[in-house]
Unconditional design. Structure first.
Length: 601
């Protein structure tokens, strides 16, 4: 809070509040006017700076501003003696009190004198001894809400005479505790005073003066003021709004940038993954088409549950319509363990297969972290619907397959499997074997209990032999119309359909196991041949299982079924090839692990 009037010109009036008896003339502030030829008697006047100065703030232990001010006074008696005096004032009220001429110096009047309502602190330059408290006619004093000074100091002792028309350089300083006054570089007054006790927080500063019957010229020739601006803190409200807003904006920018980068990284990863997948699939030279996710979403009416065909180990299969053609879309579950490698394996191997008994893989999609496989649609659905009948289903709902149909199915599956075992050294099994992981037609260790060869858990992978075992179980299912067993039963290996049938075989009545729903309408020799073949496929020792070529020969009648022992052999591991069969396994000690407990999924 600073201002400086090196002199006073008329235009400076806009920065001042001048009472009616004050004006600017002759380069000076005439606190009581001395021009215009009007009477100068019994006047009082005030000339205040027009902006308030914040003197203090806060309650209890307030912060108090400090200030410095220097002004040049020129007071000249017009009568002898002259009268009355001039004061530097700090006040809550800029307006001149009524009837403050004469001895009141424009500071107070008879009503406000001595009251706190006056709200004024003044340093008076008193040129007339006019009241009881006055020291002499040449003194200064600190006045608080009163015309009587707290500590009047005579300037006569300092060789100054206030009202002789000499320039008095007055420097007034307040440090928040003490008020000091120097006149012409001489310290004349120093007084402790808490201005906040008497004055409001915001004050006007300026000058007051008066005349009486005795008159004088009351001029201020220049005025400089500088005070600490404690109001700034109080005006910092905008800081509390602006800074949090700026911080919030910065955080938002950082967050948006971070999310954008993260998204980019994810997209990059996905792009990278997709790129790899696409590259690998392309490199394999396979035929399946790459579909867009949107395309498949549309084809399945947004994967509507109405279009669900079934659910396998990898996820849900939906029926879809694409270019007026029915398709089946397997949406690999995100929870599924099918990873990129398995996906590529499925696309590149199955996609390259071409056999009338194998469902054709038309295409694939890997987008938005979604893995999808598109197959040709099989309108008749799954075989299990035809060979197992829900006990609650009516006869109409469960049409029984005749012997020829069953034989055709078995032959069809055998042909497909033989094709797989010969086509390109069985890509799927090979792909997964490389990873030392089993892959068959479902997740983790191949498939559903009951279809799994006993060694599956021990070797942890699919082999041609384990496929033959599964085929054997399928044959038993198709011929006997019986499920391989529920999961609970499968925890006990001896409860499997294989063990069940072996009992019939042992008792010499294997055809008694044939599905009774055919009402004995089947060719007994064919049924026996097929069932014994199935037992051979399900031999606990993989080395004794026939290959699929042999299976086909037996099914077509070109060859007899392999010899099958009357008693089901125990499962031993490691399994010995036929040439070692004479060896006493028990001598092999701990290396030989009789199979006792097999746990499926
Ligand atoms: N191409 C298709 N046409 C018609 N229905 C199909 C087709 N593919 C699958 N389905 C139906 O969806 C079901 C699930 O098929 P999916 O191939 O996922 O599993 P699965 O062969 O039954 O078992 P696994 O998970 O062991 O392979 C099938 O049982 C069948 O009912």
């Amino acid at each position: 809070f600073d201002f400086n009037f090196s002199d006073f010109q008329l235009e400076d009036a806009s920065q001042l509040i001048l009472s009616s008896n004050s004006n600017i003339a002759l380069g000076a502030l005439q606190v009581t006017y001395d021009v215009n030829g009007a009477s100068m008697e019994n006047l009082s006047g005030r000339a205040m700076y027009n902006k308030r100065f914040r003197l203090w703030k806060g309650n209890g232990n307030p912060t108090i501003a400090s200030f410095n001010t220097t002004f040049v006074l020129n007071i000249l008696d017009q009568t002898s003696p002259g009268g009355e005096g001039l004061a530097f004032i700090i006040t809550g009220n800029s307006s001149l009190p009524d009837n403050s001429q004469g001895r009141w110096l424009g500071i107070v009047n008879s009503d406000s004198n001595g009251t706190s309502e006056a709200e004024i602190v003044a340093v008076e330059f008193d040129t007339r001894m006019s009241g009881d408290g006055d020291l002499d006619d040449n003194h200064i004093g600190l006045n608080i809400n009163s015309i009587n000074s707290v500590t009047p100091v005579s300037l006569s002792g300092f060789d100054f005479n206030i009202s002789q028309g000499l320039d008095l350089w007055v420097h007034l300083q307040y440090d928040g505790e003490n008020l000091t006054v120097t006149v012409n570089d001489t310290l004349v007054l120093s007084e402790p005073v808490d201005l906040s006790s008497y004055l409001p927080e915001e004050v006007f500063i300026g000058f007051s003066a008066s005349t009486s019957d005795e008159i004088q010229l009351n001029c201020v020739k220049s005025w400089w003021f500088s005070g600490t601006d404690i109001s700034e803190d109080g005006n910092l409200w905008w800081v509390w709004i602006v800074i949090p807003v700026v911080i919030l904006m910065m955080l938002t920018v950082v967050l948006v940038f971070y999310l954008y980068r993260r998204r980019e990284t994810i997209d990059d990863d996905m792009e990278g993954a997709r790129g790899n997948i696409q590259d690998e699939i392309n490199r394999s030279g396979s035929g399946p088409k790459k579909f867009g996710f949107k395309e498949l979403k549309q084809a399945t009416a947004n994967f509507s549950s109405k279009n669900k065909l079934g659910q396998g180990g990898f996820g849900i299969v939906y029926k879809g319509s694409w270019r007026n053609k029915d398709i089946a879309i397997k949406r690999v579950s995100k929870k599924s363990n099918q990873g990129k490698q398995e996906f590529i394996a499925e696309v590149t191997t199955i996609g390259n297969l071409n056999h009338k008994n194998l469902v054709k893989l038309i295409g694939w999609c890997y987008e938005r972290r979604e893995l999808l496989l598109v197959y040709e649609y099989m309108p008749n659905g799954s075989l299990d619907k035809f060979i197992f009948c829900n006990e609650k289903a009516s006869t109409a709902e469960c049409s029984t397959l005749n012997w020829q149909q069953r034989l055709t199915i078995i032959q069809g599956v055998a042909q497909a499997l033989e094709y797989l075992h010969n086509a390109g050294d069985f890509g799927l099994a090979r792909t997964i074997q490389e990873k030392e992981k089993t892959y068959h037609s479902t997740v983790e260790i191949a498939g559903t209990p009951g279809y799994m060869a006993p060694e599956t858990f021990l070797i942890s992978r699919a082999t041609i032999e384990t496929d033959v075992y599964s085929f054997g179980v399928l044959v038993l299912e198709v011929v006997c119309g019986r499920k391989p067993g529920n999961q609970g039963e499968q925890k006990n290996y001896n409860n499997s359909i294989v063990n069940w049938l072996w009992e019939f075989y042992k008792n010499g009545k294997i055809t008694a196991a044939v599905d009774s729903r055919m009402e004995a309408d089947f060719v007994e020799t064919e049924a026996e041949r097929v069932l014994v073949l199935a037992l051979a496929c399900c031999h606990p020792n993989p080395h004794y299982r026939p290959c699929m070529r042999t299976v086909l020969q037996v099914l077509s009648g070109e060859a007899d079924p392999p010899e099958v022992p009357q008693e089901r052999p125990s499962f031993m591991w490691p399994a010995m090839p036929p040439s070692f069969s004479h060896m006493d396994y028990s001598l092999r000690g701990s290396q030989l692990t009789p199979f006792t407990d097999l746990t499926g999924r």
